[in-house]
Design a binder for this molecule. Structure first.
Ligand code: TYD
Length: 211
């Protein structure tokens, strides 16, 4: 016996799918494509909410050269906390899927390894920020970092400005995280046309999540 007074059956929880990859891997295009296909709410980090977008402009502005690495990590986590509370958790609870362009693993890769703050400390910070909301599947789009950098163009944000070394560390970290958690992660070859990569992603989603 339950105490439900409503006659509505409880909606089954939505699925959280996260796309990760280095800058220029094509992940934003693929995340949006998938979201449209499965009728999910598409969102991105840092951002996804009004507060998050304000934090995004603060943290990515190339003029903010004095921004300390710990400040950067805290701002990313703050934007994420707002994102979880305001958008991700309510959407999942209402039974809709969410596709996010980046999530916690971006902070592990860019701040934890790239900025040298340490993966464990950044993971702890993000457990607080997310209140334990974890992805059902993280899709890592694995592209050659040098080729991806070539696709970035010249209008770089503050983090992209940090250069090729950071880009390589980021990609190595994703490969390591994916290898350590083969159930939660899937690695997709990001080399090829948008349609070719998209078809690989569709096959994975059908196989792993039945979507
Ligand atoms: P964005 O323009 O969204 O780049 P991309 O198209 O590559 O996703 O900028 C996001 C930048 O912020 C990107 O350089 C990665 C960085 N970032 C972090 O350093 N830590 C984080 O936790 C997140 C979410 C992003």
């Amino acid at each position: 016996m339950t105490n439900h007074t409503s006659t509505e059956p409880p909606a089954s929880r939505g699925t959280l799918i996260v796309f990760e990859g280095g800058d220029g891997s094509g992940k934003s295009t693929q995340a949006e494509r998938l979201a449209a296909r499965i009728d999910a709410v598409f969102t991105r980090e840092p951002g996804g909410t009004r507060i998050g977008d304000l934090i995004r402009s603060l943290v990515l502005d190339p003029d903010h050269v004095e921004l300390a690495d710990r400040t950067e990590a805290l701002l990313m986590a703050a934007a994420r906390a707002q994102h979880v509370d305001e958008l991700i958790e309510p959407t999942l609870r209402a039974g809709r899927h969410v596709v996010s362009d980046r999530y916690v693993a971006s902070s592990l890769a860019y701040q934890g390894v790239g900025r040298g703050l340490g993966v464990d400390v950044v993971a702890d910070l993000n457990r607080f920020a997310t209140a334990g909301v974890t992805p059902d599947l993280t899709v890592f789009l694995d592209a050659d970092p040098m080729a991806a950098r070539g696709r970035l163009g010249s209008d770089l944000d503050r983090i992209e400005n940090a250069g090729a070394a950071l880009g390589e560390q980021v990609v190595d970290t994703y490969r390591m995280l994916a290898a350590a958690d083969p159930v939660g992660w899937v690695v997709v070859d990001a080399n090829g046309s948008i349609d070719e990569v998209g078809e690989r992603i569709d096959a994975v989603l059908s196989d792993r999540l039945g979507l």
